[in-house]
Design a protein around this ligand. Structure first.
Ligand code: AHM
Ligand code: MG
Length: 336
């Protein structure tokens, strides 16, 4: 039987093509894959091992933490902090940068991550995911500060997510297209199942949380109204709608069959003094890198997300991503 290329094989091959590569990056991606396999197993066992439900605490952003938010954050740290591949970590679940304990070996990379995105879906047995972004640590820095993480998305060395759904699927970009690997649980390996993933440029499917519609800004309202008007309206075609409330699942659907995903800024968010719902450093940037590498587009509605100069670790941004022609249309409506 043909096994297919493992994630490990793929990473080693990729590294061979990079002059001066030391194996540190290969090691780091392997550490991340190990963390994701562990999380896949925990997600799978769910209630059997008592990991569902609230933890009774809040994260730095004042959001209720699920037990799994805390557990998966620990899994990620443990998998990454001992092998000398990273200089520091930052996560949705931790207020400050996580510096390694004195004496632990340091590496040249920094990782930002959301260990369990869409975690409110855990309790209802709907898909969740892990998102990560890999940056280079500034030369010679052993204990990076938040300031050292303030690099625009264009500087990401790699980004990816692991979707825990009917299958667990790891999606990775190192800036040379997008690859998908499906976890074979019997082998304990991620196996490449799609090479060079491309998002169709056009779509008839949109995803937005419509319960916020009364707060939307005019360009968003215009775009969605036109989708809803269907064949008889300005767009001349019918649209379908989806909302999973798990960004990883939405982006995965878009990579698979196209679509547009929007979590725009609205009046309510503005009044609350926030710049959006999703976080730049460990949600919007890695997903934008993946989507652009797959031929899609990603903006705030007003500017390309990857060009944003970050100001803080937990900065929020509006997100409009997916099929190129639709994202460009929404962005044009914002400029008009
Ligand atoms: P989280 O990181 O706290 O899980 O929040 C991010 C999630 C995204 O995955 C999803 O797109 C969005 O929040 C859903 O928000 P809403 O509950 O407003 O529909
Ligand atoms: Mg999240």
């Amino acid at each position: 039987m043909h096994i297919g290329k493992t994630l490990t094989n793929y990473i080693i091959e990729t590294q061979r093509g990079i002059e001066g590569a030391t194996g540190e990056f290969t090691g780091l991606l392997n550490d991340i894959a190990t963390a994701c396999k562990k999380i896949a197993s925990l997600v799978d066992k769910g209630d059997l091992i008592g990991v569902l439900g609230a933890a009774g605490s809040e994260n730095v952003q004042g959001e209720e933490q699920k037990k799994m938010d805390i557990i998966t954050n620990e899994v990620f740290i443990e998998a990454l902090e001992n092998n000398g591949h990273v200089a520091g970590l930052a996560s949705e679940e931790m207020e400050d940068v996580y510096n390694l304990a004195a004496g632990k070996p340091r590496g040249g990379y920094m990782v930002t991550f959301d260990p369990l995105d869409g975690s409110s879906n855990m309790d209802v047995n709907v898909s969740v995911g892990t998102i990560f972004s890999i940056l280079k640590a500034p030369k010679g820095v052993e204990n990076p500060s938040a300031e050292d993480f303030m690099q625009p998305g264009t500087t990401q060395v790699a980004a990816g997510y692991c979707l825990y759904g009917p299958s667990s699927i790891m999606v990775i970009t190192t800036g040379q297209g997008v690859k998908m690997f499906t976890l074979d649980r019997d082998m304990g390996e991620f196996i490449m199942t799609r090479d060079d993933v491309k998002i169709p440029e056009d779509t008839q499917e949109f995803a937005i949380n419509a319960s916020n519609s009364r707060h939307w800004e005019a360009p968003v309202k215009r775009y969605i109204d036109e989708c809803l008007a269907g064949k008889e309206g300005a767009r001349g075609k019918d649209f379908n709608m989806r909302w999973v409330a798990s960004m990883v699942a939405e982006v995965h659907r878009i990579l698979t069959r196209g679509g547009i995903f929007m979590y725009p800024i609205d009046e309510k968010t503005r009044k609350a003094g926030k710049e959006g719902k999703l976080r730049l450093m460990y949600e919007a940037n890695p997903m934008s890198f993946i989507v652009e590498q797959a031929g899609g587009a990603s903006t705030t509605g007003r500017e390309r997300i990857l060009d944003i100069q970050p100001k803080e670790l937990h900065q929020r941004v509006p997100v409009v991503l997916g099929s190129k022609n639709e994202v460009e249309l929404v962005t044009r409506y914002h400029s008009e």
